[in-house]
Ligand binder design. Structure first.
Ligand SMILES: C[S@@+](CC[C@H](N)C(=O)[O-])C[C@H]1O[C@@H](n2cnc3c(N)ncnc32)[C@H](O)[C@@H]1O
Length: 412
């Protein structure tokens, strides 16, 4: 909504009145925002009902964020095709909010713990300023604590682009399981990260091997870069070029500078310095290849969700005691899975990591639900005690080859 020209104002006392009320309402609205920031009641602000000239712009979502330079106003410019995030100091941010109404926004909604305030501007320039009871009783935490409030923002553009949410930010019915998995993954990753040595770093290099459509790669980048405000560089690798192209397109549309996808095989990929290695549901021994890359890169954290355990099953020769138990295909399959991941965990521990093996989403939502999480130890336990167990297990069940063991070679 453009303000009326000076000539129009001179010609019509009605327009003069409408204009002066509008200016007063906008000034009041902006001063309420400034006041709420000052007295610590500010929760969030949205600018919507956009009628301006930017082709795809829809709304601006504004909240406070803690950055290295102090608390700033975080603007998320949401358009039909992308999200762009910017941080501004208070003076500049408040100035931009004031001019946003000149530039085409017809609605502003301020949420504070003291009360909510809504500014509406009609097509004819009439303004209304409505007050309401506060929708929020608490202000959201800033910076690192914020992760508890919202680990994954359902309104993120990448979720819409990947088909998880619809235009209104609602999780599509068929995507509920994927959504649960993304959230659980970020929750687990955040918790392990917070208890690892990586927490001390301002910049993080992360590789996601066998990233597929990149759901978890995007979520990891968004968490470290946008929620925690770290210098995160995240690379997804997959053999499927069509998925890599799709993900690179979405990363560009989101302005996720630092997130990229590369076509390649896990075993060929040169990881370099990597702080965190992710490999979820990489098929069969691709998981071993990814774990090996993580160990060789001395990654502080390695997260894997193994699937399709095909290598060990044909090698298993059950001891006499279990002969008639493991003659059943389903039992042998589960047993092979148990031995494969058990050996992976021991090999990681032998390589200087502490490990956790756990169910990370319920089997009701996906059958591929075990996670193997490894954290590099400052003072690892001697490899011999793990090696002894590895040798015994292999001997007991007639196992000749385990891909991760072959890749690692004998212990130092
Ligand atoms: C089941 S999807 C999992 C995708 C993603 N990690 C997730 O959990 O949502 C497995 C992906 O790994 C890729 N993949 C399998 N073996 C691979 C290899 N050796 N090198 C690179 N990518 C591989 C496949 O192309 C596929 O996209």
């Amino acid at each position: 909504m453009s303000r009326p020209s000076a000539i129009a104002i001179q010609q019509s006392p009605f327009v003069v009145l409408v204009f002066s009320i509008m200016v007063e309402h906008i000034e009041n609205f902006v001063s309420e925002i400034a006041k709420s920031i000052q007295n610590g009641t500010f929760v969030k602000l949205s600018l919507a009902n956009y009628k301006g000239s930017e082709p795809h712009l829809q709304k601006i979502l504004i909240r406070l964020v803690e950055t290295k330079k102090g608390v700033r106003l975080y603007f998320l410019y949401r358009s039909e095709t992308r999200d762009v995030a910017k941080n501004y100091d208070f003076d500049l941010g408040l100035g931009l909010i004031a001019t946003a109404f000149d530039d085409g926004f017809r609605n502003g909604h301020l949420f504070t713990t003291a009360g909510d305030l809504q500014l509406d501007i009609s097509n004819k320039g009439k303004t209304r300023l409505n007050r309401a009871k506060p929708a929020f009783r608490l202000t959201p935490p800033l910076g690192h604590d914020r992760e508890k409030a919202a680990l994954v923002d359902a309104n993120s553009f990448y979720l819409k682009a990947l088909g998880i949410t619809d235009d209104t930010g609602r999780i599509k019915d068929k995507q509920q399981d994927k959504w649960r998995q993304i959230n659980k993954f970020v929750e687990v990753m955040a918790s392990l990260y917070n208890r690892s040595e990586l927490r001390e770093k301002r910049s993080l290099s992360i590789v996601d091997m066998g990233c597929g459509k990149g759901y978890l790669t995007f979520a990891a980048f968004d968490y470290f870069r946008n929620t925690l405000g770290l210098e995160a560089v995240v690379t997804g690798i997959d053999v499927k070029s069509e998925l890599v192209d799709l993900c690179n397109g979405i990363a560009r549309a989101c302005d996720f500078d630092g997130l990229s996808f590369v076509v390649g095989r896990i075993d060929d990929f040169v990881v370099g310095d990597t702080d965190m290695l992710i490999a979820l549901h990489a098929c069969n021994t691709a998981t071993d290849e990814a774990l090996f890359k993580g160990i060789k890169a001395n990654a502080g954290l390695i997260l894997a969700a193994p699937c399709c355990h095909q290598e060990i099953r044909p090698q298993i020769t059950p001891p006499a005691m279990l002969k008639d138990v493991l003659k059943h295909g389903v039992m042998l399959e589960r047993f092979a899975e148990f031995i494969t991941d058990g050996l992976r965990s021991l090999l990681l521990e032998r390589s200087g990591y502490s490990t956790k093996l756990f169910e990370f989403v319920s089997t009701e939502h996906t059958p591929k639900n075990n996670m193997l999480a490894a954290t590099r130890l400052g003072r690892p336990r001697p490899p011999e005690e793990f090696q002894r167990q590895i040798v015994e297990i292999k001997e007991q069940f007639g196992i000749d080859q385990h891909r991760l063991e072959t890749l690692l070679g004998p212990p130092d």
